[in-house]
Design a protein around this ligand. Sequence first.
Ligand code: FMN
Length: 136
Amino acid sequence: MVYRLKKTYPQWQFIINGGITDLPTAQAQLQYVDGVMLGRAAYHDPYLLSQVDAVFFNDGHAVPTRFEIVEQLLPYIETEIAAGTRLHSITKHITGLFNGLPGARSWRRTLSEQGVKYPADIDVVRRALAQLKCKE
Ligand SMILES: Cc1cc2nc3c(=O)[nH]c(=O)nc-3n(C[C@H](O)[C@H](O)[C@H](O)COP(=O)(O)O)c2cc1C
């Protein structure tokens, strides 16, 4: 139906969403519509987003590991905590970052149990990282 709408109204922009969970599927949509949005997949598997620049925008930068992403996020988290932001407001977006890897469950548990306390400090994230049994 969405493809038909785009054919009927080619001058309009159509961004499709709903049930798209991987980048090849997202890319295939671009034959028919102008854009793709990921909803739940960005939460279940946020690391999926690390490939977006390379796949969709031909960006040749090295893709950071999950650990590097968290390390790069730490200064931002520190600034936000100092400004009164709840730690959980940030970490809820990366709870699924290590899904499927050894220690992911402890990572999630540490973030969700200790990260919701207010004020929660950045050591919660460091403790959660220490739960992981991988360096990917
Ligand atoms: C965390 C999250 C936040 C969302 N926020 C909005 C929103 O503010 N407005 C909206 O219309 N839909 C929102 N949605 C719904 C998505 O736009 C989308 O329609 C829905 O998740 C189905 O796509 P998906 O299968 O990729 O998840 C949200 C979905 C998620 C997972």
